[in-house]
Design a protein around this ligand. Sequence first.
Ligand code: MN
Length: 267
Amino acid sequence: MVKQTAGRDALGEFAPKFAELNDDVLFGEVWSREDQLSLRDRSLITVTALMSMGLVDSSFQYHLTTAKKNGITKTEIAEVLTHLAFYAGWPKAWAAFRMAKEVWGEESTSIEESSGTEENASTEEGIRTEDAKSDYQKELLFPIGQPNDGFAQYFTGQSYLAPLPASQVGIYNVTFEPGCRNNWHIHHAKSGGGQILVCVGGRGYYQEWGKAAQELHPGDVVNIPVGVKHWHGAAPDSWFSHLAVEVPGEECSNEWCEPVSGEDFEV
Ligand code: MN
């Protein structure tokens, strides 16, 4: 029988009946009918249902973790989410993959990428947790916003986007988790255009092609002219946020190039 206490833990006092239905009926009875449908199959359909609704909150994370426990491999969840992308929607798959990578990626990344002890690995992981993010938010004047899924393909690591309620000129607060940076890119325009970065939190870097990277701190302003190949992002050990101001112009576009190599990033 599946033992569940999440309902009583979270809502036992506030909504005792809901807690009881959650723990004793949904999990204690329905999830527990393994003779009718295996836990593995129940995990598959639950993940499918949650992703289809666009739910990628802690409940989704719980069910991904449960799916892993119930025997779904990394290869299988990648295939499940790829298949679902066509039925549930591409952006939902992007969001789901971000969380699946956390759940299935944990062991392999810490073993492959950690050059130090286990303690080092967990310390490094610790600076990118939800707790670290909410600590960082407390000292930041602007909202961190939502996962920057629309541009995720042009970023290494997790970034977040919060459009400021500005008219006339687009202004976005962009937050990079430690080590996150965007690919080399170029802002194009027929006239006007370009980008202004106003640094508002943490510590990061800006680098133009062929030049040394420059360290950025809150209060620093970077004027990026059109046609200049560059990248911006967080220091490896710090969160970083800048406001990105889109300078108005004619026929503005972005050209996305290769990711920043480890060598460039060892600033
Ligand atoms: Mn830029």
